[in-house]
Design a protein around this ligand. Structure first.
Ligand code: SF4
Length: 347
């Protein structure tokens, strides 16, 4: 499926003003490291020059890329355009903190070619925001969540991503969970939140095209993120960035210091890599496919023992529909998406 599709380019901008207590992404608050990071990026880009076909998506993620000053953003884009080729209609996305966005900043982003801004919002409810910043308040309620979605809808966004907060070990919230000072939603509540969100947004005209993603029309589906779900090649630059090409996945050193040091010594800052076997590739395709409304090509599962029976049971229980040779998860199917591939595993 990935054959011939243009690759995507991801840039990890690992800087944030403060560190959120639930965040597991690599980012630092020492903005004085920005020049070193930019130098590192310039060196890393040279390594991959001429190694990828023309990209048709750039994603500036983080971290908080909108923290970068105008000259830093311009230097970053210069580095990309000097080393790589891009199709004329390249999708250029930046993750933005609403606090950083002023009219001036929007002009700057437009000026460097950004045509898609992804705003990160934790909640529009003050009480919930307080909860996220320090613990001790009640967590998110269904009513609070509905309010937050409705508030988001007031802006008529073309695209919405709704993620359930996960508490990763090692984050302050993860530690509080381990100490019993925080609790997560129960399975049933989680299910209710998910179904409610999906129904509400579909009623408003959004396509629920991936477990956590909704688009106002096909043209607003994230081109860049869709590559991750279909094994389309992508190159990630910056500390902790991941890349994928021809069944090889590799990832960079996870700190600015070690990343820059490797590059200063003329080495690629790669921390590790793995090559997918044919079966791993197939299972990943199932895992990723069942998380999207594109579903899974039946050819990927047809040779499995009891294929017909499993598929009929999934259809009867309303978890999957079959359409044009593909098994498509329903809204309820999304809820068990991670278990569906196991039914077709080659044990
Ligand atoms: S702003 Fe985003 S990347 Fe930065 S600490 Fe918070 S959640 Fe993590």
């Amino acid at each position: 499926m990935s054959n011939g599709e243009s690759p995507g380019l991801y840039i990890h901008v690992p800087f944030c003003r403060t560190k959120c207590p639930y965040c597991d992404f690599y980012s630092v608050t020492s903005l004085s490291l920005i020049p070193d990071w930019l130098d590192g990026l310039r060196k890393e880009a040279v390594f991959y020059k001429d190694h990828f076909a023309a990209f048709d998506s750039i994603y500036l993620g983080g971290g908080t890329p909108t923290l970068l000053a105008e000259h830093e953003l311009a230097a970053l884009m210069d580095c990309l355009f000097n080393n790589f080729t891009f199709s004329p209609d390249t999708e250029i996305t930046i993750e933005a903190n609403p606090d950083d966005i002023t009219l001036d900043k929007l002009g700057v982003l437009r000026g460097i070619g950004v045509n898609r801004i992804s705003f990160g919002v934790q909640s529009f409810d003050d009480k919930e925001l307080q909860y996220l910043r320090r613990s001790g308040f009640e967590g998110q309620t269904e009513a609070g969540w509905v309010q937050t979605i409705k508030r988001a809808l007031d802006f008529r966004p073309e695209h919405l991503s709704c993620y359930q907060m996960t508490l990763e070990e090692g984050t302050p919230f993860g530690k509080m969970l381990a100490q019993g000072r925080m609790k997560l939603l129960g399975e049933e509540e989680e299910r209710e939140f998910f179904l409610l969100t999906s129904r509400l947004l579909e009623k408003e005209g959004y396509i629920h095209y991936e477990i956590s993603n909704f688009a106002m029309g096909k043209e607003y589906i994230s081109r860049h993120n869709s590559k991750y779900w279909r094994h389309v090649p992508y190159l990630g630059l910056g500390p902790a960035a991941h890349s994928f090409r021809e069944d090889v996945r590799w990832w960079n050193l996870g700190s600015i210091e070690s990343y820059c040091k490797a590059l200063v010594y003329g080495k690629l800052p790669v921390a590790g890599s793995e090559t997918l076997s044919e079966e791993q590739h197939r299972l990943e395709s199932l895992y990723l496919g069942f998380r999207t409304s594109a579903g899974v090509d039946l050819e990927l599962v047809r040779n499995q023992p009891r294929f017909d029976m499993i598929l009929s049971e999934l259809q009867e229980s309303g978890l999957v529909q079959v359409h044009m040779g593909r098994a498509i998860p329903t809204r309820e199917g999304f809820l068990v998406a991670d278990s569906l591939p196991l039914l077709f595993a080659d044990w």
